[in-house]
Design a binder for this molecule. Structure first.
Ligand SMILES: Cc1cc2nc3c(=O)[nH]c(=O)nc-3n(C[C@H](O)[C@H](O)[C@H](O)COP(=O)(O)OP(=O)(O)OC[C@H]3O[C@@H](n4cnc5c(N)ncnc54)[C@H](O)[C@@H]3O)c2cc1C
Length: 482
């Protein structure tokens, strides 16, 4: 396993093409826009080498028997599924943001199951290839970006019907030694500081869409790959100081990229699906369900920090004893723990698959994420309510530091005299940054938009059985049957 330092060194050896704000990034580990995201991901390496956290952070590889980082593990039990959730909450407590590495973990577990199923039905050898690549990932403790989402163009059209066929990633050439890809993957969390990406389809596919049924592993610096780094709320504050950033060490959400694939060659031993459209829907559902499970771990871990910051702000404002403030803090906790309950439940209700790994209960996993699309917004709303309007109107850090204005700001932003005014400002910036634009949008769309969960919930809800239960109790339809 790598530690944090080794992870950073391993990134320096890669040569991905990354553009950010008109500039080509040479070293992600030192660039001020990407470094905070590297720091968050590095936490998944640092904690794995800390004896205090090894139970949660490491696992025994079912392939080699060696101790590996849990972010490269194929779940072998319900306890593994539960440990994943607890691990995510624990790391989020330390970073207060996304640490990115779960997407690849989920893509790997979904690929493990799906390649097994494809081989069983089609006599292919995708599973063997995938397992060999997985062993390499585990052995080298690689960070894998989970690359599902295509740009998608016109949402009502399937890939083969799009005006531009590249709007979904596709195979443009099959060669004796491999395939050539064109297209792009959007919103790629942690891509800039990953080692490889695991590409999988983004939607169910129909006859005619075979070229778009592609799953494969691609190094982030493969020829033909270009990454364009996304903006985040207040990201330029990173260039201007420390306090205004709110969480300067770790930034906000995952540092997403638009990753363009322009005639990227992938050798056959890295191709895990090629043309089998009938498996695309299950593949997507599995990845999405594993990923939705996470949100009651990491987002609850982030909420722990935000709730703590809000409670501390109430102390600083002198409002902590007011009953409505206590009630709102209880409500925030209730909303967070509800999501955690769902994540634990979908893990404990998981089951062993035919491929041998463990998979979450899909209905309950979708409940986690649907709750998240609402609860995180409500938690943020309550944080804003308790913190006060100054989180939206605070002066610049530069003015706080300036001789002409610094003392005035300290004087007029003082509240409860037991606390320092600058600490109050720092805390306000943390709340502002954890509860604002980018962080909220991630809770809405990360792992799928709410409607995607509702479709799954309807599919899994067994409505006919529910109708039967009611009909039996109400003694319905007897006459018709008689
Ligand atoms: C911060 C963040 C991180 C992410 N990280 C990753 C990642 O690491 N890897 C990855 O692969 N993806 C990632 N995603 C992508 C995420 O899975 C998508 O954002 C999500 O699936 C929604 O897709 P979209 O953004 O294209 O929105 P859209 O699909 O455009 O959805 C917008 C709205 O349109 C509706 N809609 C969409 N299609 C239809 C239709 N056919 N008919 C009617 N209504 C429709 C939706 O229900 C929604 O209300 C990330 C997203 C975010 C925001």
């Amino acid at each position: 396993m790598m530690n944090g330092k080794q992870y950073r060194e391993s990134l320096k050896k890669l040569k991905p093409i990354i553009y950010c704000n008109g500039e080509k990034i040479e070293d992600v580990t030192t660039h001020p826009m990407i470094r905070p995201h590297v720091n968050s991901a590095a936490m998944t390496y640092e904690l794995a080498s800390d004896p205090l956290y090894q139970n949660l952070m490491t696992a025994r590889s079912h392939l080699t028997g060696k101790t590996i980082n849990r972010f490269t593990h194929i779940h072998q039990s319900k306890e593994d599924l539960v440990s994943k959730v607890k691990m995510l909450r624990m790391i989020a407590n330390k970073t207060g943001t996304c640490f990115q590495r779960c997407v690849g973990l989920d893509a790997m577990n979904a690929t493990f199951m799906t390649t097994y199923d494809i081989d069983k039905k089609c006599g292919t050898e995708y599973h063997k290839r995938f397992v060999k690549w997985l062993e390499y990932v585990q052995e080298n403790d690689l960070m894998i970006a989970g690359s599902m989402t295509d740009p998608k163009g016109n949402r009502s059209l399937k890939p083969s019907a799009q005006a531009d066929p590249d709007l979904f990633t596709r195979v443009v050439e099959k060669r004796d030694d491999g395939v050539v890809l064109c297209g792009a993957k959007a919103h790629q969390t942690g891509m800039a500081n990953s080692h490889e990406m695991l590409i999988l389809p983004t939607t169910n596919l129909l006859p005619g869409d075979e070229a778009w049924a592609i799953a494969c592993a691609v190094p982030v610096d493969a020829e033909g790959v270009t990454h364009i780094f996304g903006r985040q709320t207040n990201d330029q504050r990173r260039l201007q100081g420390h306090i205004d950033t709110g969480n300067a060490e770790y930034a906000i959400v995952g540092g997403e990229t638009l990753t363009v694939l322009d005639h990227v060659f992938v050798p056959w031993d890295r191709v895990f699906m090629c043309g089998e459209i009938e498996f695309a829907q299950d593949y997507v559902t599995r990845f999405a369900s594993y990923h939705r499970q996470n949100y009651g771990g990491c987002k609850v871990g982030n909420s722990d920090v935000l709730i703590g910051a809000t409670a501390l702000m109430a102390d600083m404002n002198g409002t902590a004893r007011a009953s409505h403030v206590k009630d709102k803090l209880i409500e925030m906790t209730h909303l967070a723990e509800t999501m955690y309950c769902c994540s634990l439940a979908c893990s404990y209700e998981g089951h062993r698959t035919e491929a041998g790994n463990y998979y979450v209960d899909t209905l309950l996993a979708n409940e986690v994420k649907l709750n998240c699309t609402r609860n995180i917004y409500e938690i943020a709303r309550l944080a804003h309510d308790i913190a006060g309007g100054f989180i939206a109107t605070l002066p610049y850090e530069k003015d706080l530091m300036a001789p002409e204005t610094g003392d005035l700001i300290r004087k007029f932003l003082a509240a409860n005299a037991e606390f320092d005014a600058v600490d109050r400002i720092k805390l306000a910036r943390l709340i502002e940054n954890m509860s604002g634009g980018t962080a909220l949008a991630e809770s809405m769309h990360g792992a799928g938009s709410p409607q995607a969960m509702k479709v799954m919930i309807l599919r899994e809800s067994n409505m006919d059985r529910k109708k039967e239960l009611a009909a039996d109790l109400a003694d319905l339809f007897c006459e018709k049957e008689a």
